[in-house]
Design a protein around this ligand. Structure first.
Ligand SMILES: [Zn+2]
Length: 113
């Protein structure tokens, strides 16, 4: 499983560039099909668009993990202060960062064998 190991390295080093001033918003979604936890980054400058018919902002993300071909579709709505107001996802489940880190660790252990 060299591929997974490489992916793990990429993920581990992924925050190296531009750690200062990263304005991204991060969410985590667990794939309903394989259980992989995928990080979703929303860039407020690029990903948010005005919501129809109400105040606030809206973002839509198609998420595909690395372990299977399941497509997850997440929608986020924010108020005018860019605070998350509502979120939903199809094909997956929202989880917290701890679940994401745990999943990364499991993948790393697997690739070590
Ligand atoms: Zn999956």
């Amino acid at each position: 499983m060299n591929l997974l190991r490489q992916l793990g390295k990429m993920l581990a080093g992924g925050g190296m560039s531009g750690t200062s001033g990263d304005r991204g918003l991060y969410y985590y979604v667990r794939c309903n099909r394989c259980g992989e936890v995928v990080q979703v980054r929303i860039d407020p400058m690029n990903d948010l668009s005005a919501a129809d018919g109400e105040d606030g902002l809206f973002a839509r993300k198609i998420i595909v993990g690395r372990r299977c071909y399941n497509r997850m579709e997440a929608e986020f709505s924010f108020d005018s202060n860019r605070k998350l107001r509502d979120s939903r996802v199809s094909g997956g489940t929202f989880v917290d960062k701890d679940a994401y880190l745990e999943d990364q660790q499991k993948a790393a252990v697997k690739s070590g064998n």
